[in-house]
Design a protein around this ligand. Structure first.
Ligand SMILES: [Fe+2]
Length: 313
């Protein structure tokens, strides 16, 4: 902003910022922000200030608590780096990410949606993989999983040529970027749907995992007596021009944490049917029982195709 703009605002007598008492702080601050040129910025900051001030009044925030809160936010920033995003984790852990997701999908939250949190572990440039291929790229013990999925439009018509990123944690609960024993891009792949909207692949059954608890969000969870676990899930990001990019997760239905996901990502719609097979001919010669199969249909809504900013590199 040019210096001149600041000078003009300061001279505007209608916007005197001299505070009479605690009750006058809010209107004075709101008036000082009225000149924002971008109407959406004005609307958002107006509501943000009103709600933050009301929050402090409601809980009668003490100075020590204010310092603690600022310190918490500073620690969120300090804990964030190329391989970890504590800011996303914080908004996930207080249900804010899910709220924003549901507000923006399923016709503005009016109907059930197939969308869910992106989470902190999506990476750009997952390895392109042929349908039927495996995303196990280094020795990864655990039961085999055969996923056969479909992508359709809301009317159930198959969508061909959808680029589908798939990623998930290993059977011990780590994404490859958290675990030195896994190859780069292990359990990640990029598929393209065929003429019938189908994509299919082999992997291992994902496991639930704790969110990182060595930062300020971990301190918060401990102080609240909450466990840090997510139920096991498969992440999916589906991209096709003309359709709203679908970001979602398909949860493992027999997971012990299905009902108590620490980041509130589970909706009824997203509980997958992971079928366990203990007998019969395995789908591939090297598979030993038990193995799992998953069939799932993803629905994409017409809209704008755009990729999110990767939370990590
Ligand atoms: Fe995840």
């Amino acid at each position: 902003m040019p210096a001149q703009t600041f000078a003009l605002a300061a001279q505007d007598e209608r916007h005197s910022s001299i505070i009479a008492d605690q009750g006058s702080v809010t209107p004075v601050v709101l008036a000082a922000m009225e000149g924002a040129e971008d109407p959406r910025l004005r609307e958002i900051m107006d509501a943000f200030v009103r709600h933050m001030h009301a929050f402090a009044r409601e809980v009668r925030l003490t100075e020590e608590e204010f310092e603690l809160g600022v310190d918490f936010l500073n620690r969120v920033g300090q804990a964030t780096h190329d391989a970890h995003n504590e800011g996303i984790l914080f908004s996930d852990a207080i249900g804010f990410s899910t709220l924003v997701c549901l507000l923006n999908n399923g016709r503005g939250g009016a109907t059930e949606t197939a969308s869910a949190l992106l989470g902190p572990f999506w990476r750009m440039n997952s390895p392109p993989t042929e349908n039927g291929g495996s995303i196990v790229r280094s020795e990864t013990p655990g039961p085999a999983l055969f996923a056969a999925c479909r992508v359709t439009d809301p009317e159930g018509r198959p969508l061909p040529a959808v680029e589908v990123d798939v990623w998930h944690a290993s059977p011990v609960g780590f994404y490859e970027n958290q675990d030195e024993s896994q190859a780069d891009m292990n359990l990640r792949g990029k598929f393209t749907t065929d003429a019938d909207g189908r994509f299919w692949f082999r992997s291992v059954k994902p496991a639930g995992y704790p969110v990182p608890t060595d930062g300020p969000v971990g301190d918060l969870l401990r102080a609240q007596g909450r466990h840090p676990y997510r139920p096991a899930h498969l992440h999916v990001l589906a991209y096709k021009p003309g359709y709203k990019t679908l970001i979602t997760q398909v949860f493992v239905d027999d997971d012990q944490y299905l009902e108590t996901d620490v980041v509130f990502g589970v909706t009824q719609h997203l509980i997958g049917g992971y079928r366990r097979h203990d007998e019969g001919a395995p789908p591939q010669a090297d598979v030993t029982p038990p193995w799992y199969s998953l069939e799932y249909t993803f629905v994409m809504e017409p809209g704008e195709a755009k990729l999110p900013k990767p939370p990590i590199k």
